[in-house]
Design a protein around this ligand. Structure first.
Ligand code: HEC
Ligand code: HEC
Ligand code: HEC
Ligand code: HEC
Ligand code: HEC
Ligand code: HEC
Ligand code: HEC
Ligand code: HEC
Ligand code: HEC
Length: 426
């Protein structure tokens, strides 16, 4: 008979064989790095072992040793973390790009996991301003881990990831808005403050509109650098295609090229692009045209002409709207007029884009289309109002007629009654 102690020993032995013998639990999946580091006192040593289950690498079974090298089957610190076993340890900042790119630039390797992930991060990074500085040994520049973290790296589309669309501005601003940190480079640090006020920042960060650009759309992420401002229109054109097309065909394009005037940016700025207004046209205080065109130039005359075309259209739309509202209040049919007013409004929007042709004729061709629609609505509303008054006149006339008739009838009855009375009294 086996005593209780032997029974336990035997059971553990058999379980041990099953445990280590099973392929899924083979020595390969033993992770001494994880086990030992979990229990270490120093936070920086134990923290990496307490990762989130959403970590992209953990999820697919990439272990500590896959990144850091070493032997994860040994509990002996002098074996597991032995450089002879390929232990790299903690990479220096300068080494990090190549450390990550060992896998990320290897397209055969990456395809085995996810064929949709590009493998160009390092080649882009190397030509970026960040990469160039890293190659020179700069300690403050951004490396892969500055934007992605070293542990707990999340899928770029995970809302908790620093590279998630809505989080990118803050990730870049960690360094770029830190005056003290950036001091030695002598570049402005107001990009994020300006961006947050801009139409783009408001749309992305407040409305959550992911079609609005963040830092990476205009600068790139891995290849982050300065767009060449003279040709920045190419970047804006990704989303403002019609505006850019009009600009490209305008006399302004050649002027910008020749004189090195930044495209789009010359009138709209870059980080603090605000909602444009009609006051930017013409020659008033907020007008942009007069900053470069004096009163004798063609540009000045065009600025005035475009402004007055747009103002005219606005007035005609406002008049048509007022009249249509009046007709509607009188209970008349105004559906067609309302439709035409909407269309005239679309022409106004289009005209504001067409100012980028910097041509009086082109703007007028759009404005005139809008004007004839506003006029049509205006006429239709006027006609309905006339109809209303005509009907009202008819109504008053009919009432009057009935009244007169009733009066006549009443008088007639009275006479008849009088006659009757007089007859009997005789
Ligand atoms: C038995 C415990 C133990 C095991 C097993 C172990 N480590 Fe460590 N590790 C430590 C201790 C303690 C330190 C800090 C002292 C030192 O650097 O030697 C450390 C330091 C490190 C560092 C930081 C080195 C530096 O330069 O700052 C890394 C990275 C690391 N370990 C990764 C690993 C990996 C990968 C494995 C598995 C292949 C592993 N460790 C296995 C205990 C362990
Ligand atoms: C995707 C690759 C990757 C994986 C997987 C990974 N690490 Fe790291 N680890 C890094 C990088 C990169 C650094 C350097 C970070 C830095 O300099 O900011 C680092 C740093 C460290 C450090 C040094 C921390 C310090 O501040 O000195 C330790 C300790 C460490 N890792 C342990 C581990 C352990 C334990 C595991 C497994 C649980 C692990 N790492 C998994 C990439 C990885
Ligand atoms: C300046 C910040 C920054 C640096 C430095 C950086 N990344 Fe990225 N990375 C991003 C952002 C932002 C995205 C998200 C891109 C998107 O949504 O289009 C991203 C996306 C990725 C992706 C997903 C696939 C892709 O290319 O879009 C991988 C993989 C990646 N980075 C790896 C790396 C590696 C490896 C390095 C270092 C060689 C690195 N990154 C350096 C910011 C950075
Ligand atoms: C041992 C190989 C290996 C190393 C080293 C490695 N990665 Fe990865 N990484 C992968 C693989 C494989 C995936 C794809 C996971 C999946 O989607 O199935 C991945 C995914 C990612 C993603 C998510 C991409 C996406 O589409 O959202 C990011 C970001 C990333 N890695 C960044 C890094 C960074 C930063 C480093 C260096 C600190 C690094 N990786 C080091 C293998 C590696
Ligand atoms: C770890 C800090 C850090 C992070 C994070 C960082 N940068 Fe940088 N960046 C720098 C430093 C340092 C420079 C060097 C400035 C210089 O050379 O004038 C730089 C340079 C640049 C430049 C070139 C500026 C110039 O005048 O040449 C651009 C553009 C840029 N970064 C964009 C970004 C974007 C976009 C992000 C986020 C996706 C980002 N950076 C994240 C530190 C960082
Ligand atoms: C709509 C496009 C756009 C967006 C969005 C954008 N930038 Fe810029 N950025 C530019 C242009 C254009 C320049 C000027 C380039 C030049 O002068 O050659 C510039 C210049 C810079 C510079 C150089 C220093 C300076 O201010 O002139 C840095 C650094 C920079 N941007 C970082 C950022 C960061 C960080 C974000 C996100 C918070 C961001 N940018 C968002 C277009 C943009
Ligand atoms: C990634 C796409 C994208 C890029 C690149 C982009 N924009 Fe925009 N832009 C938008 C979106 C989306 C809006 C609408 C935001 C909103 O909802 O108010 C917008 C709005 C604007 C507006 C305000 C329009 C209005 O009627 O209120 C101006 C002006 C503008 N952008 C100029 C620029 C300039 C100049 C550039 C290049 C330096 C640029 N944009 C680059 C997507 C983009
Ligand atoms: C940043 C300076 C600048 C601003 C702002 C500017 N222009 Fe110009 N514009 C030029 C330059 C330079 C030329 C080419 C030289 C010239 O003809 O004066 C030009 C040319 C023109 C021309 C063609 C003139 C011709 O002789 O054929 C027109 C029309 C014009 N601009 C209209 C405008 C209007 C309208 C605005 C305001 C919406 C405006 N410009 C704002 C710099 C500017
Ligand atoms: C010479 C000055 C000037 C330049 C250069 C310029 N714009 Fe404009 N932009 C204006 C003015 C003025 C308005 C306001 C029109 C209005 O509301 O009446 C405007 C309005 C806009 C609007 C809102 C109206 C619309 O739907 O088009 C967008 C978007 C825009 N600009 C984008 C751009 C882009 C992209 C570029 C470069 C290809 C550019 N702008 C170049 C002066 C300029």
């Amino acid at each position: 008979m086996m005593d209780r102690k032997n029974f336990l020993k035997c059971s553990f032995f058999i379980l041990g064989i099953i445990y280590f013998g099973h392929p899924a639990f083979s020595a390969e999946t033993k992770d001494s790095c994880l086990e030992c580091h979990k229990g270490l006192d120093e936070k920086k040593l134990s923290e990496p072992a307490h990762f989130s289950q959403n970590d992209v690498h953990v999820k697919i079974g990439i272990s500590c040793a896959d990144c850091h090298g070493g032997d994860q089957t040994s509990d002996d610190i002098s074996v597991s973390m032995d450089t002879a076993k390929g232990f790299i340890g903690k990479p220096s900042k300068a080494e990090i790009p190549n450390f990550c790119a060992r896998c990320h630039s290897d397209s055969d390797y990456m395809k085995r996991y996810n064929p949709n992930i590009p493998t160009d991060q390092l080649s882009k990074y190397d030509v970026s301003q960040h990469g160039r500085l890293n190659a020179q040994g700069d300690k403050k520049t951004a490396v892969c881990t500055s934007c992605h973290n070293a542990h707990n790296i999340l899928d770029v589309n995970n809302p908790a990831s620093p590279t998630y669309a809505l989080n990118v501005p803050d990730t870049c601003a960690k360094c770029h808005s830190d005056k003290e940190y950036m001091k030695e480079y002598g570049i402005p640090t107001n990009q994020i403050d300006d961006y947050k006020q801009s139409v783009h920042g408001q749309a992305l960060l407040v409305k959550g509109d992911r079609s609005s650009p963040s830092c990476k759309h205009c600068h790139g992420n891995h290849d982050a650098g300065l767009p060449r401002a003279i040709y920045v229109g190419n970047i804006c054109s990704q989303c403002h295609a019609l505006t850019y097309e009009l600009f490209r065909k305008s006399p302004h394009k050649a002027a910008h090229d020749k004189l090195g005037i930044p495209e789009c940016e010359a009138c709209h700025g870059n980080h603090k692009i605000m909602k444009p207004s009609d006051d930017m046209l013409g020659t008033g205080q907020d007008a942009v045209c007069v900053k470069c065109h004096n009163s004798s130039s063609k540009g000045f005359k065009t600025a005035l002409a475009i402004k007055s075309s747009i103002e005219d259209l606005k007035i005609e739309i406002a008049q048509a709207k007022e009249l249509t509202a009046k007709a509607e209040r009188s209970g008349m049919e105004v559906e067609d007029a309302l439709f035409d007013i909407d269309e005239a409004g679309n022409s106004l929007t289009k005209a504001r884009a067409y100012i980028h042709s910097f041509s009086e004729e082109e703007v007028d061709s759009v404005v005139n289309g809008g004007k004839s629609l506003a006029k049509k609505a205006d006429e239709a509303a006027r006609k309905e109002i006339d109809n209303f008054y005509f009907r009202r006149k008819g109504y008053v006339f009919a009432i009057a007629l009935i009244f007169i008739f009733s009066l006549a009838l009443y008088a007639r009855i009275r006479i008849m009654e009088k006659n009757k009375k007089g007859g009997t009294g005789e």
